[in-house]
Each structure stands twice: as C-alpha cells, then as structure tokens.
Design a protein around this ligand. Sequence first.
Ligand SMILES: Nc1ncnc2c1ncn2[C@@H]1O[C@H](COP(=O)(O)OP(=O)(O)OP(=O)(O)O)[C@@H](O)[C@H]1O
Ligand SMILES: [Mg+2]
Length: 348
Amino acid sequence: MALVEFRDVTKVFDVTPTKDNRRVRTLTVLDHVNLDIEQGEIFGLIGYSGAGKSTLVRLVNALTPVTSGSIKVGDVEVTTLKEHALQELRRGIGMVFQQFNLLNSRTVAGNVAYPLAVAGVKRAERDARVAELLSFVGLTDKAHAYPDQLSGGQKQRVGIARALANHPTLLLADEATSALDPETTQEVLALLRRVNAEFGTTIIVITHEMEVIRSTAHRVAVLDEGRIVEQGEVFEVFSRPQSPVTARFVATVIAPPPSGDALAALHAQHPTATLVTLRFDDTATDQTHVYRRFFDAQVTFELVAGGIEAIGAHRFAQLTLALTADNPDALADIPSLVGAGVDVEVHA
Ligand SMILES: Nc1ncnc2c1ncn2[C@@H]1O[C@H](COP(=O)(O)OP(=O)(O)OP(=O)(O)O)[C@@H](O)[C@H]1O
Ligand SMILES: [Mg+2]
C-alpha cells in the first residue's frame, strides 16, 4: 500500500524581482511529479543540487504549499489540510536534517524530549521514552552532554532519536549524511536501516550521493530539474540506467566501460584481441555459464577492466575482457557466443 502518493504535483515559486528587473519571474521547481512510496520501504530520492529534492520533501508535511496536484499521506490529502489537522500530520512525520538542527542550549536528553513535551507527553513517560531512544541510538552515556560536545555522527544520532520520539510512521531524511565523513555516513545509514527494520518506519532518503542510495534504499527515483526521470528498484536502476542523468549517478559507484584513452591503451596492450564489456546480473545468468561457452569455442580470455558490485541482495558485474581465438570465426558473432541474458558491448 502506498503511504505517500504524489499525483501531478507541480510547484512554482515566484522569484522576487530585483531592483533593476521589476518583472515578477516564476520558477517551476517541480513539474508534474508522480510518486508512490510504499509503506515500510526505504525510498531514495536522488538529484543534483537545485533539482528540487528539498522542496519535494517539504511538500510532504506541507511546510511548503503545492501549486497544483495532489499529495496523500496515508489516506489524508495534505494539500488542503487546516492548521489543527496539519499539526497532527506533522506529528506522525519525523525529519532529519543535514545540519542536524539541534538546540544548542539543551542537553542531548533535552533535545530528544522536546517534541514529546510539545506533544504534551507527561514527564515520567517522556523520561522513559528518552531513555529508550538514547539506548536505541547508542548515546545513553551522552544524555547530559550538550550538542557542541558531540561529533557530527553523534549529533545526527541525536537528530534521529528526536525524529523518532513520537513514533512517526514516516521519516524524512534530507541529506542526513552529507555533512559527515564516509565512515560516519555508513554508521548513520546503518542506523536508518535499523529504524526501518525494527520499527517498520517508512523512510524517504534524499541525497545527491549514489552510494547512499546503494547502501540504504529499496527503491529510488531520480529527480532532474523538477522532473522524475527514472524510478524503480535500486538494482534495476543501477544495472540498467535509462536516462543520461541516472547513468552519470551510477557511474559514480560503478565505473563505466573503458572509453577514450583508457580504451586506446587496452587496445595497444592487446593488439590481437577483441575487447568486449559484459554486464552480468545475478538475476539473469551466471558468469560460469559464459566462460564455459568460451572454453567450448576455444576462445581464450583475460579480464582487463571492470568490477563486481553488491547492490542490496544482488550482485552486478561489469567486466571488460580481451578475447582471442586461433580460429577467427569463433569471434564472428560475439553476442551469440556469449549467449542470452548477458549485455554485451564490443569495443571497436
Ligand atoms: N522559497 C523559495 N523561493 C524561490 N525559489 C526557491 C525557494 N526554495 C527553493 N527555491 C529554488 O528551487 C530550486 C530547487 O531547490 P531545492 O532546495 O528544492 O533543491 P535541492 O534539490 O534540495 O538542492 P540541494 O541539493 O542543493 O539541497 C532551486 O533553484 C532553488 O533556488
Ligand atoms: Mg536540498
């Protein structure tokens, strides 16, 4: 069941005119966006800076009003909610921010207690909940510390504990790891995965880093200049990107096949060989099968570039091979030689 549903959502900002340009300009930041985010999943939204990601998440809890279209959270249409109902909606949605947004004058425990106090939770219950949350994020011993005594990773764990205080069904994480180093990023992402697995919280992860999507999300949408250009299972998108923007993101974690100088160098090193790049995904076929066919056709091969990536439960291999054969006929039809289920690119 979809927990969050966007139908034809468009957001246009009026851009304040400057002194020398008095005409009011408008900026379309989201352009007919359609999305279905399923209950219980981690949904990744990736896009370059300015693509409209933060605007999109702010529409979910109606921090920004839509220009047109419909947004549902559960069975509530959020675009027409009045103040009281809005507060109720927001109580069920946790937010985690890039800059943590902690209150520096309050202790760690005080920060986590804050949304509980706002919701009117009684003191004793509040203390118990804070203790439970700090234990969950591994910061029990920091309960009385102040934010500026914490590392970035610890601050974000406080941010996550605070976001979970009122048992949200949905967690919005807007660039939650962008201010952190790679190792701390992985710790925070592991915590988000635990939140999802243990509490069943639906999480929307906003990022400009494909690595964050790869290690965290079940499904992903690619946002480019306000449009969703691609969406699907993370593995599908990684292994078969359809749009150029997606391919650029994928290339940051899976090196593309050699081209240009790198390809020329390989040709120079293997002058008698035919260079091919094979893309295997373990849902379709296995490598052994292909190597056995090479063996049967008396084709020898050497791995010259590429790699194997784990994406969720799957493995995706993109391997460049130098193929040689005494009998040139053996290499006349490489796709047939390789067989079905493998994507083949022959490098001229
Ligand atoms: N309140 C606003 N008024 C006018 N324009 C805005 C407003 N908020 C955002 N924009 C513009 O909307 C576009 C998308 O901004 P948004 O913050 O959603 O992008 P983003 O994908 O989150 O970028 P980043 O990765 O840098 O955080 C930008 O061009 C931005 O300047
Ligand atoms: Mg943003």
